[in-house]
Design a binder for this molecule. Structure first.
Ligand SMILES: Cc1cc2nc3c(=O)[nH]c(=O)nc-3n(C[C@H](O)[C@H](O)[C@H](O)COP(=O)(O)OP(=O)(O)OC[C@H]3O[C@@H](n4cnc5c(N)ncnc54)[C@H](O)[C@@H]3O)c2cc1C
Length: 433
């Protein structure tokens, strides 16, 4: 193991879309000595659940850079032009491209941006009094500032723990290994976008379609993603800043109220599933191709001799039991302190310290050593934080803070709702209904 290298101005940990966006904004600009590290060998985006035909949930112009730096060489439009597909894209009339295409675009950008190192997993981050030490299996790096963008951890319900991973798995790992589910009884848990994508994927598997499919969600129905125009304003910089200025209890309430603008299922996907069920059952004569169990919470999974006994509680308290062979949990992701920061935990006031307006964490360390987080601040910035809509704006905010100047315009944009004004009225009690 080699000794510490010279101190860099910035090390980014994780190269998903978030840090790729920051790397793209800082590329070719000089000024900072920096490197971004990724444990995977090359750029990949949620490859374990990259089911065919999955579409993006945001417009393709909400790419790595366009909303803050439209003349950057790393825009989606530059990619489309260079790949000679822009005209066809326009003819297709699509605004929401396939997820595979977004991954191709990110890979294209990653191939062109310097300062990215793949195949380096950072194990721990420590602080030596002057700089951060980032330890990986092959080296220790020193950095004045760090940007953590290691993504969210898949979350499994407690009853799903301890089973063989080929029998009970998280949807994030569905495609990690080849799986033949033909003739098997499969339960999909979770009524959000991932659960819906997995269900459609299985219904369309042809010869490999499971013999029985059960889709359970504790939600009262399979609710659509609310991306109607005024709700979409929650995904504007103005709203994020407004949200950040609210007291913690109000932010928690708003996040709960706005859940379906982030955790619902794309309406087009729900329609595709509905039509697929119609075709299979009523046209092709397949008996009940999927048991849709809304209002059912998974309580237990018991390994029996050859199969798994799943127990669900319905909304009216009734216990329902179903035998299956495989359980796929599309049960979301855990928001919290990124695991790589565990080594600094005793320098932080809370389990997840407050995140400042420039996306740096409050921590007990020198003011000029900053720890930025990307996609770890839903509590502080609202439902837009894990979404790609404000990816470029958040990176630009971090870049400005690192550069110590307003290199990118991250101020108010035009919006139909005046969030700051609404807040002022709330404070003074002058608002009506
Ligand atoms: C299946 C899926 C589809 C989504 N689709 C959309 C969408 O259409 N629109 C939208 O707005 N949002 C979408 N999201 C939400 C969000 O945009 C994505 O989760 C996005 O990938 C977040 O980017 P990220 O860079 O923060 O994290 P990630 O993409 O998860 O990247 C984190 C990276 O960090 C690496 N890493 C982790 N730990 C270490 C370490 N210790 N050392 C080095 N590297 C490390 C990981 O290998 C990974 O490559 C989707 C989320 C999922 C799960």
């Amino acid at each position: 193991m080699s000794g510490p290298s010279p101190t860099l101005d910035l090390v980014g940990i994780g190269i998903g879309p978030a840090n790729l966006s920051l790397a793209a904004l800082l590329a070719d600009r000089g000024g900072l000595r920096k490197v971004f590290l990724e444990r995977k060998k090359s750029f990949e985006w949620h490859s374990g659940i990259m089911v065919p035909n999955a579409r993006m949930q945001v417009h393709f112009l909400k790419d790595l850079v366009t909303p803050v730096d439209p003349t950057s060489p790393y825009t989606f439009l530059s990619f489309a032009v260079e790949e000679k597909r822009l005209y066809r894209l326009l003819v297709s009339g699509r605004t929401h491209i396939p997820r595979r295409e977004f991954e191709q675009y990110c890979r294209w950008a990653a191939d062109r941006i310097d300062d990215l190192r793949f195949g380096v997993a950072v194990d721990t981050v420590e602080f030596d009094g002057d700089a951060f030490l980032l330890r990986s299996s092959h080296s220790t790096m020193r950095a004045r500032n760090i940007v953590i963008a290691t993504g969210l951890q898949p979350w499994l319900p407690p009853c799903a723990a301890g089973h063989a991973p080929d029998r009970v798995l998280h949807a994030a790992n569905l495609l990690d290994v080849p799986r033949n589910l033909a003739g098997r009884r499969v339960a999909v848990v979770g009524g959000g976008q991932s659960g819906a994508e997995v269900v459609l994927h299985l219904l369309r598997a042809g010869e490999q379609r499971p013999s029985r499919l059960l889709w359970g969600t504790r939600r009262g129905n399979l609710f659509p993603l609310d991306d109607s125009p005024f709700v979409e304003e929650h995904y504007l910089p103005n709203y994020s800043r407004y949200f950040h200025a609210q007291p913690p209890e109000r932010r928690a309430l708003l996040n709960e109220q706005q859940r379906m603008s982030s955790d619902g299922v794309s309406a087009g996907l729900l329609r595709e599933i509905y039509q697929q069920l119609y075709d299979l059952e009523l046209v092709e004569g397949v008996a009940r191709p999927c048991d849709v169990m809304v209002g059912h919470q998974l309580l237990g999974i018991d390994q029996q001799r050859h199969d798994l006994l799943t127990t669900w509680r319905s909304a009216d308290g009734e216990l329902v039991r179903r035998h299956v062979d495989v359980v796929i949990c599309a049960t979301g992701y855990r928001h919290g302190l990124p695991p790589v920061l565990r080594g600094l935990r005793d320098r932080m006031p809370d389990e997840l310290p407050p995140v400042r307006a420039d996306f740096s964490l409050e921590w007990d360390g020198p003011a000029d050593n900053l720890i930025f987080v990307q996609n770890a601040a839903r509590r502080d910035f609202g439902v837009a934080d894990p979404n790609l809509s404000l990816l470029a704006w958040r990176s630009a905010t971090i870049a400005n803070s690192l550069l110590g100047e307003k290199r990118f315009d991250t101020g108010q944009v035009s919006g139909a709702v005046d969030w700051v004004h609404a807040d002022d009225q709330l404070m003074t009690g002058t608002h009506g209904d």
